[in-house]
Design a protein around this ligand. Structure first.
Ligand code: NAD
Ligand code: KPL
Length: 303
């Protein structure tokens, strides 16, 4: 069965190349004719792994192509994911599978609600990849992919195909707990690195501010029924800050490069969910407002 991949950016290309290397049928779906022409001009996708470049002439098509889609990896940013799926919606067969690779929360639920005929599998990834140039991707950090379906704990039959392709994978029925935990980590670290214009390690000097946020985030996780994801949150946040002290957070990198952030699916989602539960989290709320002001002052979208 063909793997359609929507979004030929960092993670989409990484998955596409590994599947193609393993001999699985893969087709990229590119946004428009100009992007498809540029892709053909480039001669395929190039992946740098362990210092070596390899180019793979993976087939590509437009959203409006005719072939039905039974399995789709959605590898766009959270703010693009729903519109991207809408662009291929008429091709989705009943019972098709959508693998949603987005960070944060909110985009996955919006897609699952809009296309109830699809099985939506949520993915939380700690792998790292970045774009060296258009259609050239560097595999920068080994990690894990957790995959799960909040509606159905039965794993799909094709997990072994991913493992054979060298894509590290763990099936988990508790995928929402994973995604909430990651969201909480990102909310405790990323916005502060932008506001204080510092590397992750710079937050060690602002321990009290970080710990106060962790306290509110843990209360939020408990309120949404994810008490396990709240366990030792502050300890893990401090461990991650220490382990990544020299790094720029992904949000800090986006802001520095003038790119839109995924704020609406991280801090924004946390604040909206707290409001839905009538939970007062003043520090998170204030952080969200300060971050939006900071983004607006730089001419960046605040959603
Ligand atoms: P990216 O910006 O590199 O790639 C996204 C791609 O989607 C782009 O090529 C863009 O042109 C394409 N796209 C957007 N709308 C489209 C449409 N309508 N049709 C077709 N293509 C469309 O993003 P990324 O870094 O691969 O991140 C994807 C998701 O994975 C994000 O939510 C991110 O937070 C998460 N993530 C990324 C990494 C990483 O290392 N890159 C790690 C963990 C999680
Ligand atoms: O995932 C991260 C990011 O930068 O997005 C870490 C390193 C955990 C910081 O939140």
């Amino acid at each position: 069965m063909t793997w359609h991949i929507l979004g030929a950016g960092s993670l989409g290309s990484l998955w596409a190349c590994r599947l193609a290397q393993a001999g699985a049928p893969v087709r990229l779906i590119l946004r428009d004719a100009a992007r498809l022409a540029a892709y053909r001009q480039a001669g395929g996708l190039a992946l740098q792994q362990d210092g070596h470049w390899q180019r793979l002439a993976i087939a590509a098509e437009l959203p409006g192509a005719e072939a039905p889609i039974t399995r789709l990896l959605v590898a766009c940013k959270a703010y693009d994911a729903e519109a991207a799926v809408a662009s291929v919606a008429r091709r989705l067969v009943a019972g098709c599978e959508l693998l949603l690779l987005q960070n944060g929360l909110g985009s996955q639920q919006a897609i699952a609600a809009r296309w109830p005929q699809a099985r939506c599998l949520f993915v939380s990834s700690t792998e790292g990849a970045y774009r060296h140039a258009d259609f050239q991707v560097v595999f920068a950090g080994r990690g894990q992919n957790w995959l799960g379906d909040p509606q159905d704990p039965t794993p799909p039959a094709w997990l072994a195909t991913l493992e054979q392709a060298g894509i590290p994978l763990q099936w988990t029925p508790a995928i929402l707990a994973r995604l909430w935990r990651k969201l909480a980590l990102n909310c405790a670290i990323n916005p502060l690195t932008v506001l204080h214009d510092c590397r992750n390690g710079g937050l060690l000097a602002r321990r009290d501010e970080v710990l106060a946020l962790c306290d509110e985030l843990a209360r939020l996780l408990q309120a949404v029924g994810q008490a396990q994801a709240a366990d030792d949150l502050a300890d893990e946040v401090l461990r991650v800050i220490e382990a990544t002290a020299a790094n720029l957070s992904s949000m800090q990198q986006d802001v520095a490069a003038g790119r839109r952030t995924e704020i609406a699916y991280l801090l924004g989602h946390a604040c909206r969910t707290a409001a839905d539960h009538a939970l007062a989290l003043p520090r998170l709320q204030a952080l969200d407002e300060r971050l939006r002001q900071c983004l607006a002052a730089r001419g960046l979208p605040t959603d």
